[in-house]
Design a binder for this molecule. Structure first.
Ligand code: ZN
Length: 253
């Protein structure tokens, strides 16, 4: 098996409080961030990384609003930003993908997981355990928890296939994983996912919204060291400056 292309798939946008991107700033105005999924074309079929936001965000931009408070997360999603129409534009249905890498359980990454009942979703064990615990909350989201979903649970760094390595990067969430890909066109590409929202988090250590700050910093240090030795192109989770240079589908890396 070999990776032939890495596509970046735009999957809607999300307003996020500036203070979540840089916790040193008490600025709660919303920054309009891109949401991405990634499609790896391989000689053994396509592999999807993340499934975007849940379809019900289309009609519920107020999903995270609570009475009397300004929401710090406001999803902006049109019907065509759902993972099923996104994949259809690439010529696939959910059952065509070889597997899904689910990086973490947040709504803008695992929102479309329930469409993938016929393939394996690869997730860290710790993240799965946290998802199960989340379900006990009264306002729990269940977009990842249909009984027909098949999660393949892994622990730690994991070589998924030649040229695709999943890197355990806890901190932003308890069992977060990033992805290191080797492509014929670009060479090594590191998808930090939300181990770093933006370049400033990664390069300058600017603290951002994480579950565990110490682990998040250690994960960034791990990624920096890997990117340095692999000479990787580093793609951040939600970087509006980097977005200007991104080549979305049908272009590829
Ligand atoms: Zn995210």
């Amino acid at each position: 098996m070999a990776v032939t292309k890495l596509h970046v798939l735009p999957a809607g946008r999300c307003g996020v409080a500036a203070s979540m991107l840089d916790m040193t700033r008490p600025d709660h105005s919303l920054v309009n961030l891109p949401v991405w999924c990634y499609l790896l074309e391989t000689t053994d079929g396509p592999i999807l990384i993340d499934t975007g936001m849940p379809d019900h965000c289309v009609s519920h931009p107020d999903l995270f609003a609570s009475p009397g408070e300004e929401p710090s997360i406001v999803p902006h999603m049109d019907p065509e930003d759902g993972i099923v129409p996104i994949l259809a534009r690439a010529g696939y249905t959910p059952r065509d993908v070889a597997c899904v890498v689910s990086t973490h359980r947040h709504f803008d990454h695992a929102g479309g997981n329930r469409h993938f009942g016929e393939v394996e979703l690869i997730l860290q064990q710790l993240e799965y355990d946290a998802m199960v615990a989340d379900l006990e909350a009264p306002d729990a989201f269940d977009f990842w928890s249909s009984p027909d979903l098949r999660y393949r649970l892994i622990q730690g760094d994991y070589a998924l296939a030649p040229g695709i390595k999943l890197l355990f990067t806890p901190g932003h969430s308890v069992g977060h994983q990033s992805v290191l890909v080797e492509t014929p066109t670009t060479g090594s590409v590191l998808l930090t996912i939300d181990a770093a929202y933006q370049a400033a988090n990664y390069e300058e250590g600017i603290p951002f919204a994480v579950a565990d700050a110490q682990k998040a910093q250690a994960s960034i240090a791990k990624l920096r060291s890997i990117a340095q030795s692999e000479k990787s192109y580093v793609f951040f989770g939600h970087d509006i400056r980097q977005e200007r240079t991104v080549k979305p589908y049908p272009a590829f890396y």
